[in-house]
Design a protein around this ligand. Structure first.
Ligand SMILES: [Zn+2]
Ligand SMILES: [Zn+2]
Length: 348
């Protein structure tokens, strides 16, 4: 099969390699469409992703739609031909986290298209990939391949908004106007947050946020931001969802949150510790909550998207055939103009 193999920083080659075989409990998927995630871009830019250093060349990609092509031993569903999207985090299914509904915390998770395992686990920028059968989520006809390949980032956003608790009628700020920030803002709005404000230092991203998910967009670098926020909210935002992964953004969240409010950390902040205003946290009973990947929200994300209540299509800003994965990766790097860049592996 053909696959886009990451050999090192900015070195991705489309080459032929062995087609994987589905072991017991696994299915072979023929990939249709795959999206480029921030973590894929990070691997492409640096050759590694923080502590995850690949021990051999490997295939990126974990946001995708595919058709089931073959079943491993013991698998009866989904049947061959079914169009699916995939939860790329294969949790063990048996530990205390998995059995208590918190499979995103499973310590034995194997992540697709990632060097978090040694050797790395190959992903979906390839004609074929294998996953465990229960990682597949059937796509309804309303969701085409473009939107189907967005269910993974939507699941990230959905899980994050749920981690904030009820947001209906609340003042919500989303920090960071990349795909996850925009999806988070959209989801908060669908859940009834009023207003939904988005902050980003890039003017083009603020404009995009206004175009399709936020009521208001703020520049986090302006001088009188706190005054602006008090006139808008009184004592500050009820909920802040930090999706930029920028250390100053998390610090700023403590200045913009109201007493008793909740800050949800979605963005990856790097490997170093970040100093926090711990007294603020205590005196104002601020809740700082982590949100990691997606728990069990894939089917809910699919239903929400299929309802038509979220306008996901404008997120797609680039589409390239598998042979041009290198160009796709380069375009995805353009943080000013690119949102979601996808790779068409198999034309529909
Ligand atoms: Zn992703
Ligand atoms: Zn587990």
């Amino acid at each position: 099969m053909l696959a886009a193999m990451l050999h090192g920083a900015r070195d991705i080659r489309v080459e032929s390699c062995a087609q994987p075989k589905p072991g017991p409990g696994m299915v072979l998927l023929r990939v249709r469409r795959a999206g480029i995630c921030g973590s894929d871009s990070h691997y492409f830019a640096r050759g590694d992703c923080g502590p995850f250093v690949p021990t051999r060349p490997f295939i990126l990609g974990h946001e995708f739609t595919a058709n089931v092509a073959a079943l491993g031993e013991g698998v009866t569903a989904p049947v061959v031909g079914t169009r699916v999207t995939v939860n790329p985090a294969r949790a063990c299914g048996f530990c205390s986290y998995c059995s208590s509904g918190r499979r995103n915390l499973c310590r034995k998770t194997i992540m697709l298209g990632s060097a978090s395992t040694k050797p790395p686990t190959d992903g979906a920028f390839a004609e074929y990939v294998t996953v465990r059968a229960d990682q597949c989520h059937v796509l309804p006809a309303e969701l085409d391949d473009t939107i189907g390949a967005m269910m993974e980032p939507l699941a990230v956003a959905l899980h994050a908004v749920k981690r904030a608790g009820a947001v209906s009628g609340k003042h919500v700020l989303v920090m960071g106007g990349g795909p996850i920030g925009l999806l988070t803002a959209m989801t908060a709005r669908a859940f009834g947050a009023v207003p939904v404000v988005l902050s980003d230092i890039v003017p083009a991203r603020r404009k995009l946020a206004l175009d399709f998910s936020a009521d208001l967009a703020l520049d986090p670098a302006v001088k009188h931001l706190s005054e602006q926020v008090s006139s808008l909210t009184g004592d500050g935002f009820d909920v802040i969802l930090e999706a930029s992964g920028a250390r100053p953004a998390l610090r700023q969240a403590f200045d913009l949150i109201r007493p008793g409010g909740t800050i949800v950390q979605i963005g990856t902040l790097g490997v170093e510790d970040v100093p926090l205003p711990a007294n603020h946290l205590m005196l104002r009973e601020i809740q700082l909550v982590g949100s990691f990947r997606y728990g069990n929200v894939f089917d809910e994300a699919i239903r929400l998207a299929a309802s038509g209540r979220l306008n996901l299509r404008p997120l797609l800003t680039g589409l390239f055939p598998l042979a041009q994965t290198l160009d796709a990766m380069k375009q995805a790097d353009d943080k000013t103009n690119a949102l979601k860049v996808q790779i068409e592996v198999t034309a529909p």
